[in-house]
Design a protein around this ligand. Structure first.
Ligand code: PLP
Length: 439
């Protein structure tokens, strides 16, 4: 009998994941796959961390679930304490949900309610073209990925999209990286003025862009200018760190490297590290206090928010990241992986750019390095790379997605923070096998 699962694709069958072993997933036939993208930057501790499974079991033995309308729980309180202790300056409250899209939905609704509580009826959100914020309707509306949005467009609230900070394609000749960053940041100000500042509630962006572009970091000064503009117009800055947060770039929050703090920040993926579905939306005391002093109730919520087992798992994950010195390891292994990618593919005729931060790295493929012309989408470069890499036993995250509105192909690498030197060689070797098959 065939499968009754209604999954991502209705075509073909998938291998059955049977066992986790550190950085590897083993299927039912015994084949080992190196998890080089952490399933889209999820698995930061690998697949068999005993401290996380112990925390889950211990909590299950106590109590699995108690509704947050009636109870809080020790693991949720403890996790919120740790997150606030290490959060960007000013972030003071944590709202737990079950994943990234939920965190973004909560962030946008919180921003809207905050302004209502202080007597301002703002409703517009500005985002960037090169962005992904989730697949639920509010988050999808904020995202700029045309391919994901197209067929649902009539259901999406109108959102403005400005240029991304995409140096590889956006920086003009004769322009310094800094000047480029200021120029694209200033598009935010122009858009606010165009819409009417009193109508705009938030600007949302990923500090390092993940799913739509393969680890695109901002240039120096970009986010400082964005922060200035938000402050000038009293607009909330929402940073979506669902993919790039929780240590992936070498700091617990990616925005630490930009020298700014957001008003709201979302995290997910690496927070539960795949052991449990969990996300969090975190905000400043200013926002929380406005609601506390106003209606006293954030009009939002999900049945499984603040789930005791999920927060217990995430508490163990964050503790492991901090106490095992994994942030330093991300920096060290990230630099090594990047150097190996440069060695192996830096001169490849179809690799236009190698970029990223920490263990969040991307390569962009081009037909022609000199003109940066992307491949014809019909070639299906990203899809083919994914297939050949998987056959070679490497899970990576290639995307034939949008490049600031146009087509393009790239691959994202986001291995577990526990990756060893020999495994870096393995990843690059398997990627090389796949690249040879594709090009
Ligand atoms: N935000 C960003 C930056 C993401 O990369 C993703 C997922 O890839 C999401 C939000 C949505 O998260 P989820 O798939 O957990 O709903």
């Amino acid at each position: 009998m065939g499968s009754h699962i209604f999954g991502r694709s209705t075509v073909g069958t998938l291998p059955v994941a049977a066992q986790g072993d550190g950085c590897y997933i083993i299927d039912k036939t015994g084949k080992r796959y190196f998890d080089g993208s952490g399933g889209a930057a999820v698995s930061c501790l690998g697949h068999s961390d005993p401290s996380v499974t112990a925390a889950i079991k211990e909590q299950l033995d106590r109590i699995a679930f108690a509704h947050t309308g009636f109870f809080t729980s020790d693991p949720a309180e403890e996790l919120a304490d740790i997150l606030v202790e290490y959060a960007p300056e000013g972030i003071d409250r944590v709202y737990f949900v079950s994943g990234g899209s939920e965190a973004v939905e909560a962030a946008i609704k919180l921003a809207r309610q905050y302004f209502l509580e202080i007597g301002q009826d703002r409703h517009r959100v500005i985002a960037r073209r090169q962005s992904y914020h989730g697949n639920t309707l509010g988050a999808l509306a904020a995202g700029g990925n045309e391919w994901r949005r197209r067929q649902f467009a009539p259901l999406l609230v109108e959102t403005s999209h400005i240029s991304p900070c995409y140096e590889y394609r956006g920086r003009e000749q004769g322009e310094s990286a800094f000047e480029f960053g200021q120029r694209v940041a200033n598009e935010l100000e122009a858009e606010i003025e165009r819409l009417g500042p009193e109508t705009v509630l938030a600007f949302i962006a990923e500090p390092v862009v993940g799913a739509t572009a393969g680890a695109v970091p901002p240039v120096e000064g970009y986010f400082r200018r964005i922060r200035e503009i938000c402050d000038k117009y009293g607009i909330l800055l929402i940073l979506d760190e669902v993919m790039c947060g929780m240590g992936r770039t070498g700091t617990l929050f990616a925005c630490e490297q930009e020298g700014i703090s957001p008003d709201i920040v979302t995290v997910a993926k690496g927070l539960g590290a795949g052991y449990q579905p969990i996300g969090a939306m975190m905000c400043t005391a200013k926002i929380y206090d406005a609601i506390a002093a106003g209606s006293g109730f954030f009009q939002h919520g999900h049945t499984y928010m603040g789930h005791p087992v999920a927060t217990a798992a995430a508490g163990a994950v964050v503790t492991a990241i901090i106490e095992r010195g994994l942030l330093a390891k991300v920096e060290d292994r990230g630099a090594r992986l990047r150097a190996e990618l440069e060695n192996a593919f830096g001169q490849h005729p179809h690799v236009g750019d190698i970029r990223g931060r920490g263990l969040f790295l991307g390569m962009e493929f081009v037909e022609d390095r000199a003109t940066k012309a992307p491949f014809d989408p019909k070639r299906g470069i990203a899809k083919s790379l994914k297939k050949h890499a998987f056959e070679a036993g490497l899970i990576c995250y290639p995307m034939g997605g949008t490049i600031d509105g146009a087509r393009g192909d790239h691959v994202l690498l986001a291995p577990p923070f526990i990756i060893e030197d020999a495994q870096i060689d393995e990843v690059v070797g398997k990627l090389d096998t796949a690249m040879r098959a594709v090009f």
